[in-house]
Design a protein around this ligand. Structure first.
Ligand code: FAD
Length: 492
């Protein structure tokens, strides 16, 4: 059969391998690391297990679809549950809000706790659903680089509603117009961070994101986020996909305008088509460096990065749930630091993800596994050692103030992930979490297409190309990409 090689076993690389195997290709995946999953991996620190990167799971049907494609019942291989509470929010003045997935309950909660009209919450989520219904088919499920996408009825409907879809406003402005409580504005502004953007710059169109969490739902895989990687990795293997670990690809080979395979370990591996799942910017700098560079696309500003402390905590905090946010007192200043000053604000918003709440074997009895994260700028060569040392202090002080505790003596084990190590482990340009940022209204059009317009038989998937970063969009990139590829028998 025709052969496809894939560079990288990030979640989109694995999804692509499944999709191409189901089209009849003989598929081989080459991965630089010793493990699959890229950003979606796990770490073990003594008796504590942590999901290393993503912690929020939305649009599970994107994972299930891959099992269905292989003729398998997803429920037998990958279990997950819907969360009753998407997130617990805490503020310095002692106010707390639970974001119930049940809309009536959430509306009641914000009325009693923040004095915000429940009608505004309903309006915000209706707005979010409206944007999703109009834009998802176009921006999430189609290639933006094929003419047909722009001449179809869906596109025409959207042209007529550009203003209502928030293209000319910012997320923060739209939220300020809707909510009376600054805390609700802050809560809804936080959704910009779901793709590493700045709510004060990103178009209000990004108010599409709460639709995923509230109207469709937030989920947790029963065996942890890493099970998304593991279950799909096993599925790919069961379909005959061959994985090669510790195998950094050195070059994508191109002859007469056609990709003919890759070079790994000084050896040529011929293929009928090549799929690149490596971060697009770093791919053009390394394995595609001899090829024509898409300069404008390469120069686009990157999303934010993250600083994470994986902490084994010798105590159970009953007030904490799976997802917890301890909000900054000055959100605007925090984003100015991330996106304008390239630094870290002294009062950052702290996110604590604790999988042991749902999966007790992730921590010893009487303990919790805290994935403690703040958003930080991507790597521009800052003095990270100093920034991390200062941020560690501010984070612990904030947790102490809000949770009324003394955290330092409770930290039993610690590991740190930061922009430099994110780039080192996953090749992500500048350690950005989500490829390009979405801080301007043209961002969606300035992501690399899922194919090369210069080189035949070369395709792209993953969080750094269209439609963007995050697990659901990375999985959709694999889908859009594979839909462009003919079945293996017609390729021969
Ligand atoms: P990546 O995970 O980027 O993997 C690329 C792979 O390619 C790596 O394994 C790398 O080793 C390999 N590779 C690179 N170069 C080569 C080469 N030359 N040869 C061979 N292999 C190579 N998303 C969510 O949906 N929800 C979240 O809550 C969330 N939180 C996040 C938190 C953090 C800290 C991080 C880092 C990311 C988060 N994301 C989240 C984003 C999400 O993880 C990514 O968008 C997604 O996993 C990207 O997948 P990908 O397929 O692009 O590949």
């Amino acid at each position: 059969p025709a052969k496809a090689v894939i560079v990288g076993s990030g979640i989109a690389g694995i999804a692509s391998s499944i999709r191409l195997a189901s089209k009849g290709y003989q598929v081989e995946v080459f991965e630089a690391n010793s493990y699959p999953g890229g950003k979606l991996s796990e770490i073990q620190l003594q008796a504590y297990r942590f999901d290393a990167g993503p912690s929020l799971f939305t649009l599970p049907e994107q994972v299930e679809e891959l099992f269905l494609l292989a003729g398998k019942d997803p429920k037998e291989y990958f279990e997950y549950q819907k969360l009753d509470v998407a997130c617990h929010y805490f503020w310095e003045d002692g106010k707390k809000v639970k974001a119930w997935s049940d809309l009536d309950r959430f509306a009641e909660e914000v009325e009693t706790r923040l004095g915000e009209s429940g009608a505004h919450v309903r309006q915000a989520l209706r707005r979010s659903a409206y944007i999703y219904d109009h834009l998802a088919p176009l921006f999430m499920h189609s290639s933006l680089h094929k003419l047909g996408t722009w001449t179809g009825p869906q596109a025409l409907k959207s042209y007529l509603r550009m203003g209502k879809l928030g293209i000319f406003s910012t997320m923060n402005k739209a939220n300020e117009e809707l909510f009376s409580s600054p805390k609700m504005v802050q809560l809804f502004n936080r959704y910009a961070t779901y793709n590493g953007s700045d709510p004060y710059q990103t178009p209000a169109t990004l108010n599409i994101i709460p639709h995923l969490e509230f109207n469709i739902g937030a989920f947790f895989p029963k065996k942890g986020m890493h099970d998304i990687t593991l279950s799909l990795f096993k599925l790919a293997q069961s379909m005959g996909v061959k994985f090669h670990f510790n195998s950094p690809v050195e070059e994508i080979l191109v002859e007469n305008g056609k990709s003919t395979g890759i070079r790994v370990n000084q050896q040529k591996i011929p293929a009928d088509l090549v799929v690149n799942n490596m971060d697009m910017v770093n791919a053009y700098k390394t394995i595609l460096k001899k090829q024509k560079q898409p300069k404008k696309l390469l120069e686009q500003p990157k999303s934010s990065s993250a600083l994470i402390f994986y902490w084994g905590i010798k105590k159970v905090f009953p007030q904490l749930d799976l997802h917890n946010i301890l909000f900054s007192e000055d959100y605007k200043r925090e984003f100015e630091h991330i996106f304008k000053l390239g630094s870290i604000y002294e009062d950052p918003t702290v996110y604590i993800n604790i999988t042991s709440v749902y999966k007790p074997d992730d921590a010893p009895p009487g303990c919790m596994n805290w994935f403690t994260m703040i958003n930080v700028p991507n790597n521009q060569g800052q003095d990270w050692d100093q920034l991390i040392a200062d941020a560690r202090k501010s984070i612990i002080q904030k947790i102490n103030r809000i949770l009324k505790t003394d955290l330092e003596p409770l930290i039993e084990v610690e590991e740190i992930l930061e922009p430099r190590t994110i780039e080192l482990k996953t090749s992500s340009a500048n350690g950005a979490l989500y490829g390009n940022s979405s801080n301007n209204r043209f961002a969606a059009f300035l992501r690399h297409a899922n194919y090369s317009s210069e080189i035949k038989n070369l395709y792209f998937c993953g969080g750094s190309v269209h439609p963007g970063g995050g697990i659901p969009l990375s999985l959709l990139s694999a889908k859009i990409m594979s839909e462009m590829i003919p079945t293996a028998d017609s390729k021969q």
